[in-house]
Each structure stands twice: as structure tokens, then as C-alpha cells.
Design a protein around this ligand. Structure first.
Ligand SMILES: [Zn+2]
Length: 167
């Protein structure tokens, strides 16, 4: 398969052209592993992350996990109608998940980013600036790095949309 030729439709593109959504592929729930499936779909749908995983070479430290991600991403890239759901067996094994119990999706998201290493994790990295302004208009700030942020979303026309306030 020529990965460079692969074009994954992001929901935004699909929406713009007002087309019927492509047939996204699902991941089976192996018994309360929906937290992991949700996390994997987010990682896959993030273009920069997906491309780095598909085109990059796994290193010695993150090899098993990145190879497992690559395998799943290659399968998920096949969006032919009627394509079957994609097994998560490889990724479950490489993450060392032994009991299928409910876990926190954000926790696993951060865990996966930690394990794939800084080169891949930086796709999701940002800096959060706290600005304090006193009543006499003195300003101070501090910056802290983040890999996940809690932000409010609203549902509009059946789609999740970010709430953005510009000041
Ligand atoms: Zn002051």
C-alpha cells in the first residue's frame, strides 16, 4: 500500500462538500474497552499524528506500540463501505492491558503519548498561559505545558463544535 497516496477524509472536509460521510471503520468493544477505542479513534483522526505514525519509523524504545498503532491506522485507513471493524488485539497487548475494565480515556490518551515518545507526542502539546491583571492594570503571567485541555463543546446541527470566546 502506498501510504502517501492515501487520503483520509476528515469530518470537516466531508461537511464542506456536503457529502454523505465516508464509511469510517469501527473498533470492537472487547468488554469495557470503549475508553481505549475512543482514544485510538481520536489519535487516528488527528491528521498530523496519523501521518507521523504511518510514515515514521518506530524507534527502539517505542517500537512495539508504534508498530501496533501503525497496523491499526493502516486498517482504519481503508474506508471502503462494508469494511469490517479493526481488531485492537495488538494494541491491547502492547499496552499491557490484561483486565477489560472501564478506564479513563484521557488517562490512556496521556499514557499512550508518554509511551510513543516526545516526537509523536508533540503533535498534542501546547502552552497554557495564565494571565493575571490586577485592579491597577499590572499584568503578570506564567506558562505551563499541556497535552490535554478541558474545553466546552456544544452540539450544533448534530456536530460537536468548540465554544470560542475572543476577548
Ligand atoms: Zn497591581
Amino acid at each position: 500500500m502506498d501510504i502517501k497516496m492515501m487520503h483520509i477524509k476528515d469530518p470537516k472536509e466531508t461537511r464542506q462538500k456536503n457529502q454523505v460521510p465516508r464509511s469510517y471503520r469501527g473498533l470492537p468493544n472487547r468488554g469495557a474497552t470503549c475508553y481505549l477505542n475512543a482514544t485510538l479513534q481520536v489519535l487516528f483522526m488527528t491528521k498530523a499524528f496519523r501521518e507521523r505514525v504511518l510514515l515514521g519509523a518506530p524507534s527502539e524504545t517505542n517500537g512495539k506500540l508504534v508498530s501496533a498503532l501503525k497496523e491499526i491506522f493502516e486498517e482504519l485507513s481503508n474506508q471502503d463501505r462494508g469494511a469490517k471493524s479493526v481488531s485492537t488485539h495488538g494494541i491491547i497487548k502492547s499496552l499491557g492491558i490484561q483486565r477489560y475494565v472501564q478506564q479513563d480515556a484521557v488517562e490512556y490518551f496521556l499514557d499512550i503519548l508518554e509511551k510513543v515518545g516526545p516526537d509523536l507526542a508533540k503533535v498534542f502539546s501546547g502552552t497554557l498561559r495564565n494571565i493575571r491583571i490586577c485592579s491597577e492594570n499590572h499584568k503578570s503571567h506564567d506558562d505551563s505545558p499541556f497535552k490535554s485541555l478541558q474545553i466546552p463543546v456544544i452540539i450544533r446541527d448534530g456536530l460537536f463544535t468548540l465554544v470560542c470566546n475572543s476577548t
